[in-house]
Design a protein around this ligand. Structure first.
Ligand code: IMP
Length: 442
């Protein structure tokens, strides 16, 4: 048995959805531990494609319990829409559980997120405008509303009335917006509470029971390492902790129960929103990556910025998350390129720098130092084993493993489940995967 954390090793959108879907087959419990409806992954059910923002894709496996953990923030309207759509497709949602201590996104959170972004002008963060930052801000300010307040009719009335009246001057005076009617918000949220009440549990206790029964637990991170509030490219980050350390806080478990940490990274890099991005490609190659990789945000539809693989960031993700292995996704997107670059270090004011600088001003000065590798210029979409890959593609993977000093356990070559090379089963296999720094068996 193994308890595994899956995190994004870049700026989010690394293809964690596919990797967690693959691993969910072996999981008894999947726990989403942070973030809110800013995240999104696409799921195909009975030939129908739709987007999930909060519910782990593990819900599609009938015997897998899915827990939306304490560290998440929940927009009830969006969550109810997700539940309704799944139920309309006869997906059993009786295995869905919502933490009673997760915080609730209120109408004023969305309004403030949108208005604050507009007000920031050229200092804007490029948020998803889903109210994520303001919901977490209220959590830290201890003025938030939690799921246990939402589902308690008296508690909701009291809490809602107070918070709406507390926020109205902010809406009116700071952002020039009309005030909200507390009674209307109470009515709206009471209806949400009635729908969600059956799902709300003490999630930490539920996870503890799964640990005691020696079940396999998958902790699913949203967003990515560089969007981490504490360790990302602040201030261009989200307001939660997507890194592996966030899993313990957000799920309510101790670090001693975690067996492995798997990082997911694209074979190149993308970023949505504002902020420095040293390997960004604004020309033709960036456009090719964006077009072939279909790089548009699941939640906002925004075009993602594209660039070469950045191994400085990769090494940083290995360090900050304590990664045991990597899943490299979208290798096939590079299929047509004649040559491929990898950023191996940065140059800052004439000095070579091998480590990610936490200082935003320094990071914005980083010039990538590239190593150029030959492309393979043939399709990898049908490869199912490392041996099937063109030599240049295998060399590329070995080079990444070597630079980041971490083995590669999974290689993904397309959206469908079978377009995957499992180098080593990252849950049940040996602690270290097969493809080591030299590409030799370990
Ligand atoms: P927020 O999380 O909506 O506050 O947005 C803060 C930053 O995180 C922005 O740059 C967003 O584009 C980025 N972000 C938030 N969620 C995701 C995600 O799921 N994938 C990629 N970027 C995200």
């Amino acid at each position: 048995m193994a308890n595994v954390i899956v995190i994004g090793a870049q700026w989010g959108d690394e293809g964690k959805g596919k990797v967690t879907d693959l691993l969910s087959r072996s999981a008894d419990v999947v726990v989403r531990y942070q973030g809110g409806v800013n995240a999104g992954h696409t799921v195909v059910v009975q030939g129908q494609t739709f987007k999930l923002h909060l519910i782990p894709s593990g819900i599609l496996y009938p015997n897998t319990a899915c827990i939306i953990g304490s560290g998440t923030v929940i927009d009830p309207q969006v969550l109810i829409e997700e539940i309704d759509r799944l139920e309309a497709l006869n997906v059993d949602t009786s295995n869905l559980f919502i933490s009673q201590t997760a915080h609730v996104t209120m109408p004023y959170h969305r309004l403030i997120d949108q208005a604050a972004e507009d007000k920031r002008g050229d200092q804007k963060i490029g948020t998803t405008k889903r109210g994520i930052g303001p919901t977490y801000a209220d959590k830290a300010d201890r003025t938030g509303i939690r799921m246990l307040d939402l589902i308690d009719p008296d508690g909701l009335k009291e809490r809602c009335e107070w918070t709406v009246n507390y926020k109205n001057p902010v809406l009116e005076k700071l952002y020039n917006l009309p005030p909200l009617d507390p009674q209307a918000v109470i009515e709206q949220y009471s209806a949400y509470a009635d729908r969600l009440r059956p799902f709300v549990v003490d999630s930490s206790l539920k996870i503890a029971e799964a640990v005691r029964e020696r079940h396999n637990i998958l902790f699913e991170g949203a967003q990515g390492t560089l969007l981490d509030l504490d360790h990302g490219t602040y201030p261009y980050v989200t307001s939660s902790n997507p890194i592996a350390g966030g899993a313990c806080v957000g799920a309510g478990v101790g670090p001693t129960i975690i067996d492995r940490v798997i990082g997911v990274a694209k074979a190149y890099t993308t970023r949505v929103g504002e902020g420095p991005f040293p390997t960004e490609l604004n020309g033709e190659v960036g456009k090719i990556l964006g077009d072939i990789g279909a790089e548009f945000g699941t939640t906002t539809g925004r075009a993602r910025r594209c660039g070469w693989f950045d191994a400085v960031i990769g090494r940083y993700a290995v360090r900050i998350n304590g990664l045991d292995c990597l899943a490299i996704t979208k290798l096939d997107v590079l299929d047509s390129l004649e040559e491929i670059k990898v950023c191996v270090a940065y140059e800052i004011d004439g000095e070579t720098c091998h480590h990610f600088p936490s200082n935003a001003a320094l990071f914005s000065k980083c010039q990538p130092i590239y190593k150029t590798l030959p492309g393979w210029q043939q399709s990898t979409a049908e490869c199912r084993h490392l041996d099937d890959l063109p030599k240049q593609a295998l060399d590329y993977l070995k080079f990444l493993a070597e630079l980041m000093e971490v083995p590669i356990a999974i290689v993904s070559l397309g959206a469908s489940r079978d377009q995957t090379i499992i180098v080593e089963d990252p849950i049940h296999g040996p602690k270290r995967a097969l493809l080591n720094a030299n590409g030799d068996p370990v």
